[in-house]
Design a protein around this ligand. Structure first.
Ligand code: ATP
Ligand code: HSE
Length: 353
């Protein structure tokens, strides 16, 4: 009889931070927990891949509990399969506790994917480094900002390499070939290793006085639909607007005494937020109404990831900031909750029990 027990913890994250579309992310102290026990004397043959799966947390009624449909176990099965294991060990029980709201712009899919890859790495005892695990994650979520923040923690910038044509083709296979559906042809299912060094990631310092106020509207916006409204091409002046702010922002957020007005201006964006306002009633008003002048303590305000959550960076005045944003959303007919969060500096962790 084998008994193993461990817990994987992965932070939520907020991506973009204004101008850093698909580039910047912060890990947040709100953790997806994946509690695992493997007891080979227990019969888990009811599940196609030998897992008893249970879930508590956001939208529990929507989260599938069979291993071939659940994002965490599907992702774990991908790293297991390409490393020679076709299934979880008999007797695997996985209990997920998820406080990260689904489809709200707080990186729930990134925490699930990072959690699944770390889970598979631990089950298979592969001992891959976090950098190599990032390659697996990027085969599934193909922009690095949330994934890097969830895996590594802190305030992170990323870029993706220009891969060779062969590696690019391998990386861009349809997602159904990596996380197969019942109708995915067997010969298409990916069983080879992902390319190496798909991206580079750099953790910046962070001014610890700055905290994150996350105001979460009570409706979902899927990342796919929020990306679908973005244009294919941009005006040069809009790209330069964002690049200028990005260059200042990555340094401004590290300074020991934050310059609120500089951060506020450098968190403005012209390449994703304006296009997403049609999906998020009240967004333009929120972004225009909460400033360091109207709300002392505010450093900057932006859409969190693909939305609809609003991320406010602030050194104080948290309740007043949240109250104003919620008031504007309420007038647009949208209810909200809010959280005050600090950065998660460690990223994904595994604790052996
Ligand atoms: N813990 C989880 N277990 C199972 N499925 C999950 C889990 N977390 C996220 N998902 C899946 O991911 C979807 C949400 O992903 P999506 O990329 O649309 O939003 P998000 O990651 O919350 O937001 P953003 O990427 O803007 O930060 C959910 O609807 C669900 O299908
Ligand atoms: N950079 C991504 C983050 C959400 O996954 C976007 O804004 O679409």
């Amino acid at each position: 009889m084998t008994i193993r027990s461990f817990e994987v913890k992965v932070p939520a994250s907020s991506a973009n931070i204004g101008p850093g579309f698909d580039v910047l992310g912060v890990g947040l102290q709100l953790y997806l927990q994946i509690k695992v026990t493997i007891d080979s004397s227990k019969d888990t043959s009811h599940d196609p891949y030998h897992v008893k799966l249970s879930y508590e947390g956001d939208l529990a009624e929507k989260v599938p509990l069979t291993s071939d449909k659940n994002l965490i176990t599907q992702t774990a099965l991908y790293i297991l399969r390409v490393n020679g294991m076709d299934s979880f060990p008999q007797g695997t029980h996985i209990h997920v506790i998820n406080p990260v709201p689904l489809g709200r712009g707080l990186g729930s899919s990134a925490s699930a994917i990072v959690g699944g890859i770390v889970l598979g790495n631990e089950i298979g005892e592969f001992k891959f480094s976090k950098t190599r695990l990032m390659d697996y994650c990027l085969m599934i979520e193909r922009h690095p900002d949330n994934i890097a923040a969830a895996m590594l923690g802190g305030f992170v910038g990323s870029y993706l390499h220009d891969l060779s044509p062969e590696d690019m083709a391998a990386k861009n296979v349809p997602l159904d070939y990596i996380l197969p559906k019942p109708d995915t042809p067997k010969e298409k299912i990916v069983s080879s290793q992902p390319p190496t060094n798909i991206g580079e990631y750099l953790q910046y310092n962070w001014c610890h006085k700055i905290k994150c106020v996350a105001i979460v509207p009570n409706f979902e916006v899927s990342t796919d639909s929020s990306r679908a409204v973005l244009p294919e091409k941009y005006d040069r002046q809009d790209i330069v607007f964002n690049l200028q702010r990005l260059a200042i922002l990555t340094n401004a957020l590290t300074q020991e005494t934050p310059n609120n007005k500089l951060i506020y201006e450098s968190m403005k964006d012209k390449i994703h937020q304006p296009y997403r306002s049609g999906l998020i009633p009240g967004l333009q008003k929120v972004l225009a109404s909460v400033t360091p002048d109207t709300h002392p303590g505010l450093c900057g305000i932006c859409l969190s990831g693909a939305g609809p959550t609003i991320l406010c960076l602030a050194t104080g005045g948290y309740d007043a900031i949240a109250e104003t944003v919620i008031g504007i959303f309420n007038k647009a007919g949208v209810e909200c909750s809010w959280k005050l969060l600090e950065l998660a500096y460690d990223g994904a962790t595994v604790e052996i029990k």
